[in-house]
Design a protein around this ligand. Structure first.
Ligand SMILES: Cc1cc2nc3c(=O)[nH]c(=O)nc-3n(C[C@H](O)[C@H](O)[C@H](O)COP(=O)(O)O)c2cc1C
Length: 191
């Protein structure tokens, strides 16, 4: 059962002062101020192997790889709000973000093969993505990935915050409008 006041933040940039993580922190702080319980996972700090495509989860919905990903499946099923914050690498989500997403195949199996999830989406998903260039199609690939990822989690793709033209660490701190938007996303949670 998802908890509407539980916000799970997934930080997918390995940089210590990452722009995407700064925006995630801003959002989580605002959500916490609304009374939400928030949990941030710096996914790059964990041992998360690539999906092997082995079909090991096909009949059980349980991934057979033995690593840190198992800590996160229950949280992904409990959170009322799931926020992924990632840098754009080669016009896509960072590799660790994609590895994390691919390992959620076990949850796709629970939904589509084992029919274990409720028929209607139960929670909300959000993407924060930051790229250096201003390309028109900079976020196309990531948005498409998130659409199907959130579907596998059985949550609605609620909103995204897509930031162009930001490259150096902490550079996003100069953009008060974007910071305010991240905070406003956080404030909508738990209501
Ligand atoms: C491996 C790599 C690939 C990148 N590819 C792109 C890209 O395709 N398009 C782009 O606009 N920026 C690209 N960037 C720049 C980052 O998206 C940019 O520095 C962003 O601010 C990083 O976010 P972060 O501070 O949250 O890590 C790339 C950076 C790296 C390290």
């Amino acid at each position: 059962m998802r908890k509407n006041d539980f916000v799970l933040g997934l930080a997918a940039s390995p940089r210590p002062k990452a722009n995407s993580t700064i925006l995630l922190d801003t959002l989580l702080m605002a959500a916490e101020q609304q009374g939400c319980r928030v949990k941030k996972i710096e996914i790059f700090k964990f041992n998360i192997r690539s999906c092997q495509g082995c079909g090991g989860c096909d009949h059980t919905g349980e991934c057979v790889l033995d690593d840190d990903m198992h800590r996160f499946y229950p949280l992904l099923e409990e959170a009322g709000h799931v926020v992924l914050a990632a840098p754009i690498y080669f016009y896509a989500l960072s590799g660790i973000a994609k590895a994390f997403i691919d390992r959620s195949q076990a949850l796709w199996v629970r939904k589509y093969r084992l029919i274990q999830t409720p028929p209607e989406p139960q929670g909300k998903g959000y993407l924060i993505a930051v790229g250096a260039t201003r390309g028109k199609r900079l976020f196309d690939c990531s948005r498409l990935t998130m659409r199907y990822y959130f579907d596998a989690l059985n949550i609605n793709y609620e909103r995204d915050l897509l930031v162009r033209g930001v490259d150096k660490e902490e550079e996003v701190l100069n953009n008060k409008e974007i910071l305010a938007e991240a905070a406003s996303m956080g404030r909508t949670m738990g209501k």
